[in-house]
Design a protein around this ligand. Structure first.
Ligand SMILES: Nc1ncnc2c1ncn2[C@@H]1O[C@H](COP(=O)(O)OP(=O)(O)OP(=O)(O)O)[C@@H](O)[C@H]1O
Length: 204
């Protein structure tokens, strides 16, 4: 449960949520994603596409990879692309990446025709990341995005996240690692006290 938690974030910037295990980082992201309802308070998305629910502006990249094992790697991605509609809003210039190009970009193009069940944990994570590229949505909610990724993939991920910010996107991420993101605010959650990001905590 959160109390006295308040923050605002503008396009092109990231909020990095930190704090001890079990403090509520994932819960906060799930709440922002609309997977958990609010007891009090509100979450507002300004400048969204008209007649489009706020959830449809969001990509939620959680702990579960949501990979369908019987489909091929490429089929998984094509399914996701057809399932999630793009959200085009002013100030956000993200565009749709072709599924095969996305797999190549994340270094798993050679697995495209394999059943996704054959992928390693890190490869599944990369496939799941491809979802964010094939359907442009301005808000990325990312829970421990670097988990299971090797150094090279971690660097690639950072590049993708910074490119998303440069395109006017917005990122909220919970992480225990140092992510060298541009335009970042830190929100450190503490037991009995959830601090809003202060100017001193803001890294430019
Ligand atoms: N589905 C659930 N039902 C009941 N309690 C839950 C559920 N999910 C999480 N919790 C509880 O909510 C609290 C916050 O969990 P959360 O997963 O948000 O923490 P976290 O900060 O992301 O932790 P970590 O760093 O370990 O990932 C914990 O005490 C956890 O036990």
């Amino acid at each position: 449960m959160f109390e006295d938690l308040s923050f605002s974030l503008e396009g092109g910037s990231a909020l990095v949520v930190t704090g001890a295990n079990g403090i509520g980082k994932s819960s906060l992201l799930r709440t922002l994603a609309g997977l958990v309802s609010l007891a009090h308070g509100s979450i507002r998305l300004e400048g969204g596409a008209p007649d489009t629910p706020s959830e449809e502006h969001i990509h939620y990249f959680g702990h579960q990879d949501a990979v369908k094992p019987a489909l091929s790697v490429l089929e998984n991605l094509q399914f996701w692309q057809s399932f999630a509609a793009a959200a085009h809003v002013s100030g956000f210039s993200g565009s749709s990446v072709d599924p095969m190009d996305a797999l190549n970009l994340l270094g798993i193009g050679h697995t495209a025709r394999l059943p996704a069940a054959f992928l390693s944990a890190g490869q599944k994570r990369r496939l799941s990341l491809c979802r964010l590229l094939v359907t442009p949505r301005p808000v990325w909610l990312m829970d421990e995005p670097t988990s299971a990724l090797d150094r090279v993939s971690e660097t690639q991920l950072l590049g993708l996240m910074n490119a998303h910010l440069a395109a006017g996107g917005l990122i909220v991420t919970a992480t225990h690692s140092d992510l060298a993101l541009e335009k970042t605010l830190i929100l450190h959650l503490r037991a009995g006290d959830a601090a809003a990001p202060s100017p001193e905590e803001a890294l430019q």
